[in-house]
Write a protein that binds this ligand. Structure first.
Ligand code: GLV
Ligand code: MN
Length: 196
């Protein structure tokens, strides 16, 4: 989904002070080495001790600057028993979910509210069309591990529960009570779960 590259590579200079750019400027090619095309950030298990029981370790251009202008990225997703990667969407990318271990329920919902899902085991893949709300849940007896790949260097993630109940500043309660047809008590309870 990203624009095509205009050169072989453009390793991101994340610290550049060039302020208005669609993406990141390139580090001078003379300063680029093999290490710029290497990323070790997905080799370790993420910390799943949180309310969702899951952890996404991002391998986007922000953590792996060598991806700049190349139109791809990859995440590691770890799941505790029963863990969920909550409903979210990526405005800039289609996603493939590859399960490495465990049993993972992967689902997405179309703009017409049709739900598609599958339970995946090791080596199996599900595709999440660009922009659609989706989730993964560990439905197996142990931990689970998946890698997710994107056709964007920075897919972005709009996490539905946090968008709605943990924004800064918060969405007013009357919007949420009317939207979900519940009282302030329910909205306040949900907000409290997500406030840090
Ligand atoms: C999983 O859905 C991810 O976005 O990494
Ligand atoms: Mn996703």
């Amino acid at each position: 989904a990203d624009p095509d590259p205009l050169q072989d590579f453009c390793v991101a200079d994340l610290g550049s002070s060039a302020s208005v750019l669609n993406g990141f400027p390139c580090k001078p090619a003379s300063n680029v080495s093999s290490d710029d095309f290497f990323f070790d950030g997905l080799s370790k298990e993420g910390n799943t001790t949180n309310i969702f029981g899951s952890n996404v370790t991002a391998g986007s251009v922000v953590t792996f600057p060598g991806l700049n202008t190349l139109g791809i990225s990859i995440n590691r997703v770890d799941f505790a028993i029963g863990g969920v990667n909550p409903p979210h969407s990526h405005p800039r990318a289609t996603e493939t979910v590859l399960v490495i271990s465990g049993q993972v329920l992967v689902g997405f919902v179309t703009t017409g509210n049709v739900y598609f899902s599958k339970v995946l085991t090791a080596g199996q893949i599900f595709v999440i069309p660009r922009g659609l709300v989706h989730f993964q849940k560990n439905v197996g007896p142990g931990k689970a591990l998946a890698f997710t790949s994107f056709n964007s260097q920075l897919p972005g993630a709009a996490i539905v529960p946090l968008n709605l109940f943990a924004s800064t500043p918060l969405i007013p309660n009357d919007v949420l009570t009317k939207t979900f047809q519940v009282g302030d008590d329910v909205v306040n309870s949900i907000k409290s779960k997500f406030s840090s």
